[in-house]
Design a protein around this ligand. Structure first.
Ligand code: IVH
Length: 741
């Protein structure tokens, strides 16, 4: 079925789908069934595929899976995105003290009263209409519409410049790409609001991540921020993000005289505004509204710990003005988190992906801020010891950020005098595999307030709680790149007892792999000879060709990510050198934050910030542990001895030499290039160069592709050499030294 006018048909379908999106997501009143919606959607997709010229980048089909973007460009906000001043509720004990001293007891909302008085003085009138609405605990975003179309979406950033996240925002269905052509839409309209993850969606996503062996997010806000930073919008589309508008930025070619007018406009264009919204005309009504919201807020789909109070009239707002960081016409009243007492029934220990043992409080169920709390993390042994927690005690709990329950303190000592001890509880063995446990001390906090934190780890390389996830890291693209082993295969191998540690992958026979059943007894799904052969080939390549940095990252040693692994491989030739490294031994004796450059032994090595005392300690501990020794022994048995391919421990004296034409040069990459940035960065690294994320005076070259934005401006301002891809190729060419360019 080919339409006469495909362009018009694409536009018509887009508008129709937008209409149904608004009905479904904003008004919760769908007019058509999901099947009918899907049919419209698929028809639009098909037409766009057939006539790509007419496909609009803001098409509703782009919101669930657009094309991956490359990093984020930055943009200057047309109107700064300011902060907001907090007003705190005064705790009872504080009020008692004031009363004892002065004879009068102020209301707990005294700071709010003072704020309203400031408004009255500033405007010279008694009654000032203000709105009261929940403070949404999400990530602030600016949506700029020009001519009714979303031009870009940006994060708050530092308030002056933010990241352009349009591709990710397109995946959020409650954000319209095109505003309906209704009356009073300004030519340029900047809508500000909050992207958040609804509590239910957050819980479900975390559960799924946990099951898949992925790290979970601490709270919905972190999950939202983390999601918006993803580079692939298809991944973002799979996360349950939502949006609510709460503010106005730039307005051009139109008039919006008050918050009330703004809200009416939001309703007309179908953007969800923040609710419940109360208008208060005087101080008494403000106090009433704030108290009412404290009750109502527990039923909202997002976390909130406060009420935002804003002067309604835009002229009055201008008259009150701004401080350098916040408007004088708005404030956030912060509610104290609800706290409840309950009994600590037991403490269980969970084994995480990295082997970290986390003590968890099993509580007598208690209702806090609207949900029943049964468990709360106790973080680590230091947390338990500092608070003197023992099983049987009555503890005070609250929900941090109104979502994650936490234990604040013991309020009645009912359990044993001696606090809970991990060692005594576990008898020295991992609760999952009974394997050896290691006690680790890390120092955290600033130099002045350094705290030692004791955590426990299961260090058995073969603990089933960890093997499947370790396997996934081991074979991943950035580690040994053993294609064909996805998470299902990894899990089955562990489940069927064929693999107890990632290194077993090198011992398993091709036949065993070929006959592996990925399905069930009833519905078998056999891995097959072809797939098995592929894995055998990939593992041979890994054994012979993969450099030390990849192997090191593959090991999944705590604290050793990709860049730390690369830096460790620059300083060492092989595992043997790493295990007995005098450099790391010296490094681990430094206090966090202490300068490596001041240390006589370390100074010449110019060790990058990725490798500090914590990483050094973790690496040495690993190779000295039973697990680490076993790994080295097995590698020797298999005849695997990965070598560093970027070994150059003294870059200060390194003049490049054959194969390292970019030694000593730092690159920043921006804009769209002919290959993914990761690939280009890998080539630069392989040629001895460094790649950094931001332009500074130490940058040697800015490699600029099409559409390089603020990085380009900065490079030009700092006089950093800007080169195109062709020039990079010249620098990379054999025989060229970067200096000659
Ligand atoms: S109004 C400049 N209203 O809080 C004052 N902000 O604003 C205008 N926030 O990160 C902001 N909920 O994104 C306003 N109902 C609400 C809000 C809200 C959350 C965030 C906002 C920003 C911070 C300070």
């Amino acid at each position: 079925m080919t339409p006469d006018d495909p362009q018009a048909e694409i536009a018509r379908l887009s508008a129709e789908i937008e209409h149904h999106n608004r009905l479904y997501y904003d008004q919760a009143e769908p007019e058509i069934s999901e099947a009918e919606y899907d049919a419209l959607y698929r028809r639009l997709e098909a037409l766009e595929a057939e006539y790509p010229l007419f496909a609009n980048p803001n098409s509703p089909t782009r919101r669930v899976g657009g094309t991956p973007s490359e990093g984020f460009e930055q943009i200057r906000h047309p109107v700064p995105m300011l902060s907001i001043d907090d007003l705190f509720e005064i705790p009872e004990e504080e009020l008692d003290k004031i009363e004892a001293k002065t004879g009068t007891r102020p209301p707990k909302e005294q700071e709010l009263v003072d704020f309203y008085r400031r408004l009255q003085r500033g405007l010279g009138v008694e009654e000032i209409p203000v709105t009261i609405e929940p403070k949404i605990d999400g990530v602030a975003v600016s949506l700029v519409y020009r001519g009714g179309k979303l031009e870009y979406a940006a994060t708050r950033g530092d308030g002056t410049t933010g990241d352009v996240i349009t591709a990710n925002v397109r995946t959020i269905r409650s954000i319209p790409m095109t505003l309906p052509a209704v009356e009073g839409v300004p030519a340029t309209l900047e809508v500000r609001g909050e992207i958040f993850m609804p509590g239910e969606g957050f819980a479900k996503m975390n559960e799924e991540r946990d099951e898949a062996g992925l790290p979970t997010f601490a709270n919905p806000r972190n999950a939202t921020a983390g999601t918006l930073k993803l580079l692939d919008p298809r991944e973002v589309a799979a996360r349950p993000l939502d949006f609510i508008a709460h503010g106005l930025g730039l307005v051009e070619g139109g008039e919006i005289g008050s918050i009330t007018d703004f809200h009416a406009l939001l309703d007309r264009v179908g953007i969800r505004k923040n609710e419940p919204l109360t208008i208060a005309r005087n101080l008494g009504e403000v106090l009433d509204a704030v108290r009412r919201l404290d009750v109502e807020r527990h039923d909202l789909p997002y976390g909130t710990d406060g009420a935002v109070i804003k002067v309604i009239d835009r002229d009055a707002q201008q008259q009150l003005g701004y401080t350098s960081r916040a408007p004088r016409w708005a404030a956030a009243y912060k509610y104290p988190p609800e706290q409840k007492e309950t009994e600590l029934l037991a403490i269980t220990v969970q084994v995480g992906r990295t082997g970290k043992l986390t003590p968890v409080a099993e509580l007598a169920p208690v209702l806090v801020s609207g949900t029943t709390v049964r468990r709360a993390t106790l973080h680590n042994e230091s947390f338990i010891q500092e608070k003197g927690i023992a099983i049987g005690d009555v503890v005070l709990i609250q929900k941090a950020g109104e979502i994650i329950p936490e234990v604040i303190k013991v309020t009645a000592k009912r359990g044993p005098e001696v606090p809970f001890s991990m060692h005594a509880h576990l008898g020295g063995g991992c609760p999952v595999c009974s394997g050896p446990i290691e006690r680790r001390e890390t120092v955290s906090g600033s130099k002045a307030e350094a705290r030692t934190i004791v955590t426990h780890f299961c260090v058995s390389f073969e603990c089933p709680a960890q093997v499947a996830s370790r396997m996934r890291q081991f074979v991943s693209r950035k580690a040994l790149d053993i294609e064909g082993i996805g998470s299902t295969v990894a899990e089955k191998l562990v489940e069927r007892g064929l693999i107890r540690s990632p290194l077993d992958l090198f011992a398993i026979s091709e036949d065993t792999l070929a006959t592996l059943n990925l399905g069930t007894e009833e519905a078998p799904r056999i891995f097959g000879e072809k797939n098995a052969a592929k894995i055998v080939q990939a593992r041979e390549r890994a054994a012979k060709e993969m450099p030390l940095a990849r192997w090191l990252f593959a090991m999944g040693i705590s604290q050793v990510g990709e860049s730390a692994a690369r830096e460790l491989a620059r300083l060492h030739r092989n595992f043997g050198e790493l295990a007995t490294s005098p450099l790391l031994a010296e490094l681990r004796t430094l206090k966090t934050g202490e300068s490596k450059e001041k240390n006589a032994l370390l100074a010449p090595y110019e060790i990058a910030s990725e490798v500090g005392p914590i990483v050094a300690a973790s690496v040495l501990d690993f190779f000295q542990s039973a697990a680490g020794t076993a790994v080295l022994a097995r590698l020797a048995e298999f005849g695997i001895d990965p070598q560093s391919e970027n070994y150059s421990p003294k870059p200060a004296e390194d003049t490049g030499g054959p194969g390292k034409p970019l030694a000593g040069k730092t690159f920043v990459i921006t804009g769209t290039l002919s290959a993914p940035r990761d690939d280009i960065a890998a080539r630069i690294l392989a040629s001895g160069g460094k790649v950094s994320g931001s332009v500074s005076k130490n940058t040697s070259y800015l490699l600029a592709g099409e559409g390089g934005g603020s990085k380009l401006d900065k490079a030009l301002a700092l006089g950093v050499a800007v080169i195109a891809e062709a020039e990079l190729e010249a620098l990379l060419a054999p025989g060229s030294a970067a200096e000659e360019a």
